[in-house]
Write a new protein. Sequence first.
Length: 1227
Amino acid sequence: IRICRKGFPNRTLHPDFVQRYAILAAKEAKSSKDPKVAAGNILQSLVGKKRLDEEQFRIGHTKVFFKAGVVAHMEDLRDEKLNDIITGFQCALRAYTSLCDAADRKRQLNSYIVLQRNIRSWCILRTWDWFLLFGKLKPQLKCGKMAEEMGKMAEQQKSLEAAANKLEAERKAKEEAYNKLNSDKSKLLEQLEMTKGGSAAIEEKLTRLNGAKQELEKGLNDIGDRLSEQEDRNADLEKQRRKAQQEVENMKKNIESVDSSLLKSQEEKLAKENQIRSLQDEMNAQDESVGKLNKEKKHLEEVARQLVDDLQAEEAKMAQANRLKTKLEQTLDEMEESVDREKRIRSDTEKAKRKVESELKAAQENQEEMTKIKQEAEASLKKKEADMHALSVRIEDEQAMANRLTRQSKENAARIIEIEDELEHERQTRAKADRARAELQRELDDLNDRLDEQNNHMQVQLELNKKKDSELIKSRRDLEEKNMNHEDQLASIRKKNNDTIADLTNQLDGLQKNKAKIDKEKGTLQKELDDLCVQVDQETKARVEQERLAKQYEIQVAELQHKVDEQSRQIADYTSSKGRLANDNGDLLRQVEELEVQLGTLNRSKAALNSQLTEAKKAAEDETHERQDLNATCKNLEHEIDQCHEQLEEEINGKDDIQRQLSRINSEISQWKARYEGEGLVGADELEDLKRKQMARVMDLQEALSAAQNKVISLEKAKGRLLQDTEDARSDVDRHLTVIASLEKKQRAFDKIVEDWKRKVDDIQKEIDATTRDSRSTSTEVFKLRSAMDNLTEHIETLRRENKGYSQEIRDLTEQIGQGGRTYHDVQKCVKRLEQEKEELQHALDEAEAALEAEESKVLRSQIEVQQIRSEIEKRIQEKEEEFENTRKNHQRALESIQASLETETKSKAELLRAKKKLESDINQLEIALDHANKANVDAQKNLKRLFDQVKELQSQVDEEQRRREEIRENYLSAEKRLAVALAESDDLSNRIEAAEKHKKQLEIDQGELKSQNTELVANNAALSAMKRKVENDVQIARNELDDILNELKVSEERSRKAAADADRLSEEVRQEQEHAMHVDRQRKGLELTAKELQQKIDDAERAMAQFGQKALSKVEERIRVLDAEFHSEQRRHQESIKGVVKQERRARELQFQVEEDKKAFDRLQEMVEKLQQKIRVQKRQIEEAEEVATQNLSKFRQIQLALENAEERAEVAENSLVRMRGQKRV
């Protein structure tokens, strides 16, 4: 008590003081472990910094004592220090994040530079002449079949080398025979020299040997020519092989470049995915910033509520002041004491004022931070737009790649045409070979005729031989020696033939091995082709996915833009509310300054109000936490809301604005009615001005209605155009569907599509349910908040008016109190006058209560209107649900049509499988024919062996030669028959080849038709996209027009507010005039008669004005009803037009989906065509291989035929020699 009497009511222990206020002087707090010394050091540092005075505190043994209010000052110092520390920490964090952002931007800038450099180099390369020349020459190069051509060349080289080896062996054999003949010749010459006589037979032998020598020399010359030709061919083949190796190396390089480009595309894909992730992170950051803005918005709302609570508290204080007015009249001493108290309260109010100003500064700083965040969001949006532009450039590059692939397919088609020309050339050469074969057949027939003649001659000679057997005994020894020599020659020939046959068999084995290798290479190439096709499909799917992501990002950017616009609108509302609050604050400060004299006993009520304030703050904080949770859930759901929800909100907002305008106009009409009927104080000039204003407003509304009708007409015309375009598009789509029905589609893809659609429908249903729930909850909250705000604004306006009246009365009272010491009689008069004024104030209070009841009735009406609006919103939601069910039905129909198309495509697939089986059966038949040809070849080889055995028997048994000849002739005839069969089979193969070529031409014709259909589909797709853009432009124009109409409605609403303000001002002026008239009536009683006359005149004027005003009001009401009906009809038309636009958009999406399906089907067709072309190539290869086998068989047959002819010639020579020897013996 003694300490409190000395003026130190507040105290704290030393450790507690050091623990709490060590932040104000950290070094001094750590200077000593003794809390008393540390507390003294802290206080001395604060004194040194001029934050405290030494008179404001005392340091005791265990406690520190403070004067009244110093603890609050210490708390303020601590709060300031904490604010400085926290702001410094926030600045450091912001600096770190900005440095990270700068580093990211720098990396992005470097990547942009790299991308731009690559794009620039690609653009330069794309227009480079050498590159264009390479692009034109590339299709003409034989790059596609280099491996096959290399294999063929290698096979040809091997065959030619084998043929060259054979010819070399034959040449060596002929040289040996030639050497033997020369030795025989030398021996015969020696015999001739020894005999010196020579006979005619020896001369004939010599002539024959010379002829044989000449023939052998000719054969040697032919063989040498063949060898030279073969060497030339080998050189050409070597050159071709080198060229083929170079082409193979070029192909490998191309394959490596394609692999590198694929790796680059994969890297670019990964980079794009990283960019997409970064964009998603930025979106999340923006969502967090939006959440912060909403939190700040809530904080501002709480500040506004606190201000409203302060206003209510001030109103309570005013009521208390009115009660204390009677006490103030009793004693002047109490007034002086109250003046002292009020001085203290004034200091407290100044502190509160400073706090409010600091809160205002904090709100301004928050607003500046919000503007900075908005700027950052705009910068991030610009970045996203740049990224979207880069993605569009990438998509264009991929489209260029697709065009390049189509160009390559065209070049492949040209290559196919060239191959067909080469095939025709091969056919011509085959025809020539057939002609040569016919000539050989004729020669063979001639040889057969000669053989018959020789047989006849041999029979004659045999008869002669039978007669002259006795003469043969002497010459048999010579004949046996000659036969031995002849057998040696035949054995050598046989060995040569066997060697040639073995070489041929080895060649056949090598050819079969090469064929197996080529088949393996073909399989690997087929796998590579399939992998490339799969990669192309993956690239197309990735491109479609990127387009879909680009569209989603565009939609998200539009939603973000819409949110940014809403936030800017909210900021504008907050700035306006801030201005209003600042004005209200100024008014309140003035009122506080005026009421400082009468606020003496408010300290007691202040504590209670402070406790209530803390409780209200706690409740407000709980509500803010709940609202933050609700806002977080709303944010999570807002990301999933689509354009339908936005349109629904726009319609609801438009309807709410119109309902508010109508309610305000009705309230104004009711107010004007009440004033006209009750008071009738408005003059004729003012009525005419109001009439003009109303007429101007009516004209503006009529103009807006006419503009809206014109816009609706234009929208209906656009709707008609769109309906026509959609009907045309439907007809085109039906035509294309009939064309595409014959193509192959995979069942799994359609099943996946159906499942995706079902999933999408379920997701859309869930989203619509969630959005309906959210829209209902948000609409209820919005209506509650708006009604509360309207009530508060109206209540504040009434309180302002009452405060103004009270302030005027207080001024009058102070003047009366200043003059109260003059006379008691004057005081009694003042008392009477105060009592009259009290009655008037009581009357005013009754009027205010009546006004409050009227406001409560208005609130009830507004609640009824809100319920009606809710019912209308529910009806609209039901309509939307019905529309959604219709869309589901349409999707179900589309699915049924897709299933029907699936069935047709399965049928077409079955037909294609049948055609495929037929082709496979043809291929099997060709393989069987090949097997038969091979068997015939084997039989021919067996026959050759048998013929060689028969030749041995002929050589060993000359006597049995006639009988054997008949058997040889029969075998020869059978071989001819087999040859005829082989020729017939070759003709059949040629016919099949011609049929395959016809089928190929038919496929090429079908391919051309499909290409034309593809071009038509692309043109239709372009037309549909143009139509879609036109529809989107029309929708945008309609939305802009709606915005203009809403702006005009807002302007009209502002005009109505101004008119209401003017009416309030006029009513206040009328009230002031009434009070002035009453005052004049009290002071000037002598002018009562004139006042009565004036009152009668005023009553007459009021009646006339009331009648005129009632007529004008009835006209205005009728006009408002007409305008309301027109507005409702216009609103219905607008809703119908929006529904039509939504349906058209859905139809456009369906058409776009169908076009994409057409593209996929066309890609599948192209794949089928390529597979058929590959099959045709395989069949061509098989046919070429069969032709090669046939040519090889023909060459073997010719060789055998030549060997037979040589054997027959030798037999003839032997027979002639026998005949001559017999003739000599006879002679």
